[in-house]
Design a protein around this ligand. Sequence first.
Ligand code: ZN
Length: 306
Amino acid sequence: MYSNGVEESTMVMLERLSGMRRGKVPFKYLGVNITPKRLGVDDCQCLIEKISARIRGLGARKLSYAGRVVLIKSDLSTLHNYWARIFILPKTIISKIKALCRKFLWYGNDCKGSPALVSWEQVCQSTKKGGLGLKHLHWWNVAAVAKYVWWLALKTDHLWVRWIHAIYIKNVNWLDYKPGAGVCWAWKKICWVKEIMKPFFLHQGIASYEIKEGYKWLADDGTVKNWHPWISNSLIIPRHKFNIWLIAHRRLLTMDRLVKMEIIQANVCYLCGHDAETIDHLFFQCSFSSRCLALLQDWLKITVPQ
Ligand SMILES: [Zn+2]
């Protein structure tokens, strides 16, 4: 039993009547710190530790880039998602999670490795818009907390919703409500999310709300790439998809890039042995790969459009 602003004698009486014991804040509930004060970096440190431990656990295996993308989506994001649905995480924590995921994608568990080939902003776009469909953590967090905003707009028959309407919102229209100066941090954050999401709810209405819809509205702002079917096609092997994605961004580590990065000095295509290796050469102009393609077409009785 937790209380605030209740007289000691009343609390003693409540304890006696209910048989419950009194607890102190902050406390942990389902692994998450519950505190009436502003959620600090220290309160979320255990989330960072959990993600780091998970990465260390995965590190023993040799994984391809494509494998790591799957793990970030399925495993690491789940840990973040759980917290992100409860409260707005501090910016420092979001940056730390982002740095951990980014490092894991490009370096695995190795300290030394190739540099990031594509910007994180681009990685976090949807596959349709040229990304890998990883989540932009901050906007996902806002879209997830917007669920409370929606509940309040809908005036669901939930104890928390009724309590908030009775204590804070009273008779004001929720979407126009402004919090007073003395309100608690958690409530201020929900009101802040409400201001961000207001145009969305005014436009979409409040009949239904899905986090992924809110997220799409907040974060999915790039242009649709004409090559996206290559990335979303489930018949293409993930490792090949990742390479196609790098090629489309012109970030595949062909020899011309390695020369620029001063990793190698000379650039001669290993396949034909005379021209410089670039993406265009390797896939479209190389005499050796063209011959291989012609033989394959002949053998399989198919024609590949040029
Ligand atoms: Zn060649």
